[in-house]
Write a protein that binds this ligand. Structure first.
Ligand code: ATP
Ligand code: MG
Length: 348
């Protein structure tokens, strides 16, 4: 289990440990989201520290979204969190747009972050693609809002996948610049928590590309809602090389697809790539892939079954999110008030 320890933001100052993370309701959840984020969120809710988990619907609209799909994806994501073991009695579960303090602090952070910092963000470059001029301004300023998502709770730890490391570094830069510019020690310098065997699950079709829920190719990913046959088919068709698996991790050097499947197996099995290779070293993919399918189906089908059950009663989901948002606002509101005082806003 992840150990969450107190982090000094500056020598002499302590912030109580608090965990925050979010997922965008931009489509079905993938195995990458589950192993890189959700499964680890669930582990952390039992670490004895306050945990807040969010559906970041305001980030989702940085790319075009159909309103009905967005509503559905938000509820389905909530169902995914709950089906993966998130307990709303232990964790605060809510959607971002129901807590306006995120956007309010996000504006202040737009005025703290520098254009040069945002220009370096690889996610913007990846998502804007060749047509930068036509990308939304929100896609560009996304990292300031993400910093606000985290810092409006004074969160000290953020479990994320490897792809979000750069955004957490920016969050730290924003906190440090705010603290420095206003001569305060108000925001913690948040730690990313990137750990386990699956911090970067790769596409099943291209071992150099991250598995993403917004990838146009459905064959590139395993969705949490895929049935057993679909999972088996996607794994059978996953790109691999002709060689047998090695017995040591060094043997995975330069074999991106092989490494990815071994990492997925290890993460699903709560094991390590080293231990998996001890067991399967020497096997060819036609032997290893069915083992992986069986494990994936065993771990994922209870989750997809529970998600389907929860989606039958979206009123219950909406109730959980409303209660979560009220709890989240109780924490965020006084922190935003203090930030407003620090920057000099008059409030009568
Ligand atoms: P999108 O394509 O819309 O950006 P996404 O699949 O990248 O969707 P996000 O909502 O951006 O999902 O990310 C949610 C969380 O899942 C983040 O913590 C992110 O680091 C993690 N994550 C996303 N993809 C992967 C992956 N392939 N491997 C491990 N973690 C991942
Ligand atoms: Mg993403």
């Amino acid at each position: 289990m992840t150990e969450v320890v107190q982090t000094p933001s500056q020598p002499g100052t302590q912030f109580a440990p608090r965990v925050f993370s979010g997922i965008q309701p931009t489509g079905g959840l993938t195995l990458g989201n589950y192993l890189g984020a959700m499964k680890r969120f669930v582990d952390m809710q039992d670490s004895g520290v306050e945990t807040l988990y969010c559906m970041v619907d305001m980030h989702a609209i940085t790319m075009p979204q159909d309103p009905d799909n967005l509503r559905r994806a938000t509820r389905e994501l909530a169902a995914g969190y709950l089906a993966s073991g998130l307990d709303p009695k232990k964790s605060i579960l809510f959607n971002q747009s129901q807590v306006p303090e995120h956007a309010q602090l996000g504006w202040i952070f737009n005025c703290v972050a520098r254009m040069g910092w945002l220009n370096r963000m690889t996610q913007f470059k990846d998502k804007a693609g060749k047509n930068r001029e036509n990308a939304s301004a929100g896609l560009f300023t996304y990292p300031s809002l993400m910093a606000a998502d985290i810092l409006v709770y004074h969160a000290t730890h953020v479990p994320v996948g490897e792809d979000q490391k750069q955004h957490i570094e920016l969050t730290r830069d924003i906190a440090a610049k705010f603290n420095h510019d206003y001569g305060v020690d108000f925001f913690p310098i948040t730690e990313p928590v990137i750990e386990g065997a699956a911090t970067r699950v790769m596409s099943l079709r291209d071992g150099s590309k991250k598995m993403s829920k917004s990838d146009p190719s459905d064959a590139s990913r395993i969705n949490l809602t895929d049935d057993a046959d679909t999972i088996a088919l996607k794994i059978r068709k996953a790109k691999t090389d002709p060689d047998a698996l090695p017995s040591e991790v060094e043997g995975l050097e330069g074999r991106l697809e092989a490494r990815n499947l071994v990492n997925i197996y290890a993460a699903l099995d709560d094991s390590t790539p080293e231990a998996v290779l001890k067991e399967v070293g020497g096997k060819v993919f036609s032997e290893f892939k069915p083992m992986l399918s069986e494990l994936a189906v065993a771990k994922l089908s209870p989750i997809s079954g529970e998600m389907a059950r929860l989606m039958e009663d979206t009123a219950e989901i909406d109730k959980i999110l409303g209660e979560g948002a009220a709890k989240a606002r109780k924490i965020a509101s006084p922190i935003l008030d203090q930030a407003y005082d620090i920057v000099g806003f008059v409030r009568s």
